[in-house]
Design a protein around this ligand. Sequence first.
Ligand code: CAA
Length: 375
Amino acid sequence: MLPGIDAIAFSTSKYFLNLEMLAEHRNVTYAKYYSGIGQTRMSVFPPNEDIVTVGIEAARKAMVFVEDKNDVDILIFATESSFDLSKSAGIYVHNFLKLKEDCRVFDLKQACYSATAALQLAKSYVMENPRSKVLVVGSDIIRYPPGSSGEPTQGGAAVAFVVSQNPRILGIEPYFGVHTYDIMDFWRPAYLNEALFDGKLSAYNYLKSTDICVERYFKNSNLEISDINHACFHAPFGKMAIKANNQSLKCESIDQTLIYNSIIGNSCSASLFICFISLLDHLKSDLTGNRIGFFSYGSGSVAEFFSGIVSADYRKMMSTADNQAMISDRFEISFPEYELISGNALHDFDRYKNIGSVTLAGIDHNKRDYRTVSL
Ligand code: CAA
């Protein structure tokens, strides 16, 4: 049996901005957003939610499927939205999940690629330690300067998955195609809250990396395009994934992979895996034994194409109704409120609802105060 993903879940903010509102206030035709870039809403994070609180919520949902949490020997927190350059965000998750003390915890960074790096590291670890499990949390919130071309692609979410030797969702195959190339297409200096980017260059390098990685994957695996049943592409915005699919694999199910991302926005490290959840939640046919291709792209840049085989038990491991309820139960915020939140002008931590049971109650002496709340 191939090692891989044994449980998977995601979480996002309780609040969203309708991109129709953004289009109106930015004097852009809404069709450019929903048709041109493939996005209709974006998750907006109030002051009481951050990469840790949504990360805990996603991890809590994935861990429901783990019989003995003491089997988790490593927790990897993959993010490019760190608020602390020293302490790992994963330690807060470890604490609220009450994982055992002899568990390694660390953060991993390489733009949107980091959760894929974590998956590959975790896979190697469980192959050497068959009784162990590794919990990976990919959590990001992305902000662009107001009025910039990146603004309608903002968003955020966390994914959590458990990697084990006998996965009930997806076995990861040993084939891959990797491409690393030094380029300034998207970056965020430690002293800035908003990303800097060259949008056209980033889209160009994403597509070029797709070609290179897919070609290397087929060379390494001796497989052919027809051997890939479905594919998930990192989705900074839906149209980017569609373009990459059109120029490479031409899989028919691409729309089903983008349903959650089109209303969450870019969730960076979580995005590729939320595409996978979206596919499993929305494709009606039985995927057992199907080969899924995955294209991961992290600006800067590292890209990888890899594949996995869907396990027979995958349907029992999905929380489709909960995922859909989480999305449909979100609250729409007004444009002025969006501006307040994104301008960091509001520090009213108690005013907003949480998506899960942990809130950021405040920041005191530069220490983040996370607390359990009743829902
Ligand atoms: N109706 C329908 N379509 C319309 C339209 C209308 N009224 N007006 C414009 N469009 C179409 C355009 O024709 C274009 O389509 P094509 O790309 O197929 O030609 C599309 O809408 C976008 O229009 P523009 O190219 O003019 O849009 P833009 O320059 O304002 O923004 C972007 C596009 C530069 C990619 C922008 O979204 C951006 O800067 N995004 C942030 C960076 C990013 O996400 N890069 C992706 C690769 S990097 C990565 O993947 C890492 C990561 O997560 C950040």
